[in-house]
Design a protein around this ligand. Structure first.
Ligand code: B12
Length: 353
């Protein structure tokens, strides 16, 4: 991509990296297929359905020739709409839902390209499409696959989103510069594997998703297995431990003077401030006593919307048990008749004794 367009987009849209590469072949598709065959995907059946398109994005549209891949750091965020949630939530989710605002940025890039190349096709993707996003970003030199499977960049760490525009535009007219994937710089470090409370990183770069706290609190449609519940600790939505403990993010925290102790704590984050405790209790009370429909409405536009009313109540019950929030015994008790949550509510009450 012409360096001027790249710099212009980065400056205009506040993106971190923007690179145009030929669509090519994914490097890591064999690992993807092996992972599916091992049944590590839990109930995320869509990942199986995406396999053929991920192997060859031309199955989505045979005219695609190239991809503009972008990364956007999400922590520390300067987004004024940041939501301060009173329960422990993954950093990426303490913000308005990136699926919307990042796609909006892609659309702005598209409109600039479309003016210059009116007959070409440009399709934006953020997370949910059948695209092997980390593989594309890896081939564009935006990071290496860490042992936690996240893409890590030596200066930016891994707390960034990935998104892309697939296009019929050929790279050649834009005189693409030679791009090489970054070398793997994890070395002998195993901090991410060691800290994972549920041992979900079963081998370097291999996540058993149905054991990952992020899956259990966001994607799963069922209650977590009893042997994992106490290990989920006070994580209400997602988990960051395998990233915040990473030396490459620590380096970013140090440069930006961000105190990291809370970010890497494997203990419940207990606030010394009684007001914060009350806020958390009120928050969980609201979750347990609202209808699923009104919770969906309440969290529209935030990442938490993804878990739905059932998921948020489930997550609250696990945290209430693990943090022994006995003030909420009555609200937990009232879920004993809930057809999907009654067993978990019973377990929570046991833990409040
Ligand atoms: C399904 C999914 C999940 C699942 C499964 C996790 C996973 N690692 O796959 C769950 C719900 C658990 C999850 C959790 C999270 N996710 Co997620 N997730 C996805 C999604 C939709 C698909 C990923 C996928 O294809 N998984 C299938 C498996 C097989 O892939 P994989 O584990 O990455 O394995 C690859 C590598 O290990 C590699 N590999 C293995 N061995 C080797 C060897 C060599 C030599 C090489 C080169 C490669 C290689 O090959 C595999 C295939 O590419 C992508 C978006 C997208 N469309 O791509 C976002 C995505 C990966 N998630 C993202 C984020 C932010 C998260 C969380 C941090 C959120 C949170 N805080 O809770 C956690 C991180 C957990 C973790 N350690 O992975 C970002 C990652 C950004 C980054 N910097 O890497 C993505 C790209 C979304 C986005 N658009 O920004 N996620």
């Amino acid at each position: 991509m012409l360096a001027e367009i790249q710099t212009e987009l980065i400056n205009q849209l506040g993106l971190d990296q923007v690179t145009l590469i030929p669509l090519g072949q994914p490097i890591s598709i064999s690992f993807y297929n092996k992972w599916l065959a091992e049944n590590y995907y839990g109930s995320m059946n869509y990942l199986k359905e995406h396999a053929q398109m991920k192997a060859d994005p031309r199955k989505i549209n045979p005219d695609f020739q190239s991809v503009i891949t972008v990364t956007q750091t999400y922590f520390p965020t300067v987004d004024p709409t940041s939501v301060k949630l009173p329960a422990r939530t993954a950093l990426y989710a303490q913000n308005s839902d990136y699926h919307f605002w990042l796609k909006e940025k892609l659309n702005q890039i598209i409109s600039q390209f479309q003016t210059k190349y009116p007959s070409e096709i440009f399709s934006p993707y953020v997370d949910s499409g059948p695209i092997l996003e980390k593989d594309i970003a890896y081939r564009a030199g935006h990071g290496w696959f860490g042992k936690n499977s996240c893409l890590i960049h030596p200066q930016k760490g891994s707390l960034f989103f990935i998104a892309e525009i697939l296009t019929s535009l050929k790279v050649e007219p834009l005189k693409a510069i030679e791009i090489n994937p970054l070398p793997d710089m994890c070395g002998t470090c195993t901090r991410c594997m060691d800290i994972c409370p549920t041992q979900a990183i079963i081998e370097p770069k291999i996540i058993k998703a149905d054991q990952c706290i992020s899956y259990l609190t966001i994607e799963s449609k069922t209650i977590p297995p009893v042997e994992l519940r106490s290990k989920m600790n006070d994580w209400f939505f997602g988990c960051d431990l395998c990233q915040t403990v990473c030396p490459w993010n620590e380096k970013v925290f140090r440069i930006q003077k961000i105190p990291a102790s809370n970010l890497t704590s494997t203990e419940p984050l207990l606030s010394q401030d009684p007001r914060e405790h009350t806020e958390m209790v009120d928050f969980f009370k609201m979750i347990l006593t609202s209808s699923n429909k009104s919770l969906q409405k309440h969290f529209t536009g935030t990442a938490l919307h993804r878990a739905g009313g059932f998921g948020l109540k489930r997550n609250a019950l696990v945290v209430i048990a693990n943090r022994k929030i006995s003030e909420l015994r009555i609200e937990v008790h009232s879920l004993l008749n809930d057809p999907k949550l009654s067993e978990l509510a019973g377990w929570t009450l046991e833990n409040l004794k």
